[in-house]
Design a protein around this ligand. Structure first.
Ligand code: SF4
Length: 251
């Protein structure tokens, strides 16, 4: 690793929301090399000045689920395992080659890749992100609706400072509806987090906004016999695909 920030991919995931799809974390190369994956990711989120970064690490709002939940622990375990097994035999790893290995070893049902498992992608260079996005987008998958391009699900809290991410990431906005309108009007697909259901706008920047279908299904309780929505079946958080803005309820 020579870049200041790096990506780290895994092929498999136990994340119930996304389902079993490849996941990609972003973090500082130095911290990754020292096997401190959560610190590595925190450095990437600091670049984005993400308000959701835990307050103990300088975030304004705090509470990021990736840092407080299983996500961070899973990344840390995967980084240690990669060191133990050796990059050549590992089904994932750093950079584009790690992502390629993860894509090749992914579940046959995987139709999407999640970027930002933990860590903000804006810490990487434009070239790094271009190459990673290209790797995903040049992968074909067969879904129930026929052959499709692998979806790239990604978010940045640093949209204004990293306009080159517009094609690969949604602009994450925490509670600030005015900022969401602004970013949408400047061409971003927006992921707006609101505190309450009743705060959710139905339009952002003049275009339709909908609640995350996975969250909406969960909030409504019973699925009424419908198949469970996951990111792998929904795929709406792909900045490269025209579609509605997404509203998330605080989690
Ligand atoms: S809108 Fe779809 S892709 Fe985005 S987080 Fe929700 S379920 Fe996943």
């Amino acid at each position: 690793m020579s870049a200041r920030f790096e990506s780290f991919a895994v092929a498999q995931s136990e994340n119930g929301k996304t389902s079993n799809i490849p996941q990609v974390a972003f973090g500082s190369s130095l911290e990754f090399a020292a096997l401190r994956a959560i610190d590595a990711a925190a450095e990437a989120c600091k670049v984005a000045a993400c308000p959701r970064l835990p307050k103990t690490r300088g975030g304004e709002v705090g509470g990021c689920y990736a840092f407080r939940g299983h996500g961070g622990m899973a990344v840390a375990a995967a980084v240690k395992k990669e060191r133990r097994v050796g990059a050549e035999n590992y089904d994932g790893g750093y950079g584009v080659s790690g992502l390629r290995r993860a894509l090749q070893a992914a579940s046959r049902a995987a139709a999407a890749v999640r970027f930002g498992w933990i860590g903000d992608p804006s810490a990487l260079t434009q070239e790094q992100m271009r190459d990673l996005a290209h790797e995903v987008r040049s992968t074909s998958v067969v879904t129930r609706r026929g052959p499709r391009q692998m979806a790239l699900l990604s978010y940045t809290h640093n949209a204004e400072a990293a306009p080159w991410l517009r094609d690969s990431c949604l602009a994450s906005v925490t509670f600030d509806v005015g900022k969401a309108h602004e970013l949408a009007r400047s061409g971003w697909k927006v992921a707006l987090e609101v505190k309450r259901l009743e705060d959710a706008p139905t339009r952002i920047g003049g275009k339709t906004a909908i609640g995350c279908p996975e969250q909406v299904q969960k909030l409504r309780g019973a699925n009424a016999g419908l198949p469970k929505v996951t990111c792998n079946t929904c795929r709406l958080c792909d900045a490269g695909v025209d579609g509605p803005h997404i509203v998330f309820f605080s989690h």
